[in-house]
Design a protein around this ligand. Structure first.
Ligand SMILES: Nc1nc2c(ncn2[C@@H]2O[C@H](COP(=O)(O)OP(=O)(O)OP(=O)(O)O)[C@@H](O)[C@H]2O)c(=O)[nH]1
Ligand SMILES: [Mg+2]
Length: 314
């Protein structure tokens, strides 16, 4: 309650505390999110996604530094990979982003775990809401991998950057995962490595195939030296301007509507499943016993819930 007020006044310690409340689902987390909701819709959200080790954190770090020079208050949410194979990432992010640690206008939060219910996108979404309510002019979300989770996180972002590195077949992966449709901008990072031109050409070809809509730019960067970062920043700011126009606004509204619809449905479904766990389990048993098929079981549950809903309201 008081926490929500302090957070919205820009208090970093309140923000820290609020992130813990939301992450750990402590008592009052729902109320906290409700209280900040109205102010959690401002600011620009920038998604940075791509395969493991392509340089997302290094790029994020460079962008944060540039955005700070413009006087923006910046939030960063680093969604860490869950697989042990990527186990070093958390520490890596901390070290790389360390130069911003003393800057009270930069807030960095690593999400080390994926929640059991609602998964990655819900905890990430909640933390992003807190950062926006705190007053972050820009919130960057870093996510690893090329797949469904990334598409989920993309739905949180106003602008989505897909990062690839030469020689990893990332461009093909991006095409398969549907990222070519979602990305606003592609970055071939590690352009100091062999095969960068080829990666750019592959992406351009994939974009040609997709046709329609705004054509995403393909830029090259060397995140470690800062080469190409100025161009990247310029392209991103141009995209932000586009978002403020009529076309961009309408796209934002559409995406937000779709994301909210998915969220509400998923949230209601998970609450119902929790509340009716015994019935769900009994139906699963009947499917296992060969008495029902899974679709029929789901229909039966829906029928019963519909029945109890109309009894409640009637
Ligand atoms: N040669 C070269 N190396 C780079 C470049 N950018 C990043 N690296 C190096 O690549 C490694 C991975 O960089 P990160 O920024 O941690 O990559 P990431 O995509 O955030 O990695 P994960 O979060 O673990 O998926 C580090 O050793 C960086 O120093 C680049 O442009 N060129
Ligand atoms: Mg990283």
């Amino acid at each position: 309650v008081e926490l929500a007020d302090r957070l919205q006044q820009g208090d970093v310690r309140a923000l820290s505390r609020a992130c813990r409340v939301v992450d750990d689902r402590l008592p009052g987390h729902r109320e906290l999110l409700s209280r900040v909701h109205a102010r959690s819709r401002r600011g620009w959200v920038l998604g940075i996604t791509g395969g493991a080790g392509v340089g997302k954190s290094t790029l994020t770090d460079g962008l944060v530094a540039r955005l700070r020079q413009q006087g923006e208050r910046v939030g960063v949410v680093a969604v860490d990979p869950s697989s042990p194979f990527h186990g070093g990432a958390l520490l890596g992010d901390r070290i790389r982003l360390q130069r911003h640690f003393l800057d009270t206008e930069v807030f960095i939060r690593s999400l080390a775990t994926r929640g059991a219910h609602g998964g990655l996108s819900r905890s990430a979404g909640d933390v992003v809401s807190l950062l926006r309510a705190w007053g972050a002019g820009v919130t960057l979300i870093e996510t690893v991998g090329v797949g469904q989770d990334e598409l989920d996180v993309c739905s949180l972002a106003h602008t989505t950057v897909v990062v690839v590195a030469p020689g990893l077949g990332d461009s093909i992966q991006a095409m398969k995962a549907g990222l070519v449709e979602t990305a606003d901008l592609f970055v071939v990072n590690k352009a100091d490595r062999e095969g960068a031109d080829r990666a750019v050409a592959d992406l351009e070809a994939a974009i040609d195939l997709r046709g329609g809509g705004e054509r995403p730019l393909v830029l090259s960067t060397v995140a470690t030296s800062g080469q190409g970062l100025g161009e990247l920043e310029t392209a991103l700011l141009r995209h932000r301007d586009w978002l403020a126009g009529a076309e961009g606004q309408s796209r934002c509204r559409e995406r937000e509507h779709a994301a909210l619809s998915r969220f509400i449905a998923a949230e209601a479904a998970s609450t119902l499943v929790e509340r009716h766990g015994a019935e769900v389990s009994a139906l699963a048993q009947r499917v296992q016993d060969g008495a029902l098929d899974p679709y029929a079981a789901a229909e039966e549950l829906t029928r019963r819930l519909d029945g109890s809903a109309s009894r409640d309201s009637g």
